[in-house]
Design a protein around this ligand. Structure first.
Ligand code: GDP
Ligand code: MG
Length: 303
């Protein structure tokens, strides 16, 4: 078991905290809650996060770079291979790992798979039992014990990423594992993702949220143009890609209603993020079976 580090008083501490776990347990919600900003998109569908996302938290004397990752699962296509590889690579050269689980359900095969993934790591692993708000108080102690048995954790914390319980305690625990180190990013920086990536993710989140069945998994977004039209207006041209021609019709919707709804919601979030008005020019195209196509994956930034 790794010992918490003892820094000198007044020393700046910093480091990387990678967040791993099964799809849909609340990793991205947790990173957003801990950083206080929406750096990573969230939905009720598994496998929403496809890339490694950095969310930066800075306070006097401390900087934590949270690394949000795609959920660890058994991949069924090239995109899945890529996503799991992102999660695996994010485990190296970090100071601490946060393994997030959904405490409202019992551990299953997915957890055993992740325990295997983590075995042999020398970094401290903190167990974060999320969705505390959904766990009846009388079963909580037993639930904690079951999860604790999965791995030689350095620390265990129950939280609700949704309503904020346990987050302060979790932050303190993470701080204990960070060594003295530099401030990697400016204090006002919340993510290092490029602007085009953030905007594409906003569109993808709205499209995933408003669609169902197989459609969300086959959605990708490309940003073709970002132009400052004036001090108050930014023009964004983007394309939503679907895997099949039939899905294109679903995304466009009856009389274009679906595409309009996606565009409206995305524009509102973009305006909140950029602090200026946005003109969003959004269209839809089919990129046949792109999740199985190495070239298409690269074009869409999954490489
Ligand atoms: P990820 O795939 O692990 O990144 O999970 P997300 O952050 O995308 O969240 C998956 C779903 O779980 C979303 O519908 C969230 O709103 C929900 N969720 C996340 N944290 C909590 C929580 O603490 N309590 C409850 N009730 N729901 C949560
Ligand atoms: Mg996620």
């Amino acid at each position: 078991m790794a010992e918490p580090m003892q820094g000198e008083k007044g020393e700046f501490r910093s480091g990387f905290a990678t967040v791993v776990g099964r799809p849909n347990v609340g990793k991205s919600t947790l990173v957003n809650a801990l950083t206080g900003h929406k750096v990573s998109i969230v939905s009720d569908k598994p496998q929403t996060t496809r890339n490694r996302i950095h969310g930066v938290y800075t306070s006097p004397g401390l900087q934590i770079i949270f690394v949000d990752t795609p959920g660890i699962h058994r991949p069924r296509n090239l995109l899945g291979d890529y996503m799991v590889e992102v999660a695996r690579k994010s485990l190296t050269e970090v100071e601490v790992v946060l393994w997030v689980v959904d405490g409202s359900v019992l551990p299953a095969g997915g957890e055993q798979h992740i325990a295997g993934f983590l075995s042999g790591l020398s970094v401290p692993v903190i167990l974060v039992i999320n969705k505390e708000d959904l766990i009846p108080a009388e079963i909580l102690p037993g639930r904690i014990e079951v999860y604790r048995g999965l791995y030689p954790f350095s620390h265990v914390q129950t939280v609700s990423a949704l309503n904020g319980t346990g987050l302060k305690e979790l932050m303190d625990a993470i701080g204990q594992f960070l060594p003295p180190g530099p401030q990697y990013y400016p204090a006002d920086m919340v993510t290092d993702q490029p602007q085009a990536f953030v905007l594409a993710e906003i569109i993808r989140e709205k499209a995933i949220t408003l669609t169902r069945d197989e459609v969300p998994y086959g959605i990708a977004v490309g940003i073709e143009e970002i132009t400052k039209r004036s001090e108050e207006l930014i023009y964004v041209r983007a394309t939503l890609y679907t895997e099949r021609e039939s899905q294109k019709g679903i995304i466009i919707g009856h009389k274009g209603q679906m595409l309009k709804a996606i565009g409206q919601l995305a524009r509102q979030d973009m305006e909140a993020w950029l602090g200026v008005r946005v003109y969003l020019d959004l269209r839809v195209k089919t990129k046949k079976e792109w999740r199985q196509d190495q070239v298409a994956l690269r074009q869409l930034g999954y490489d």
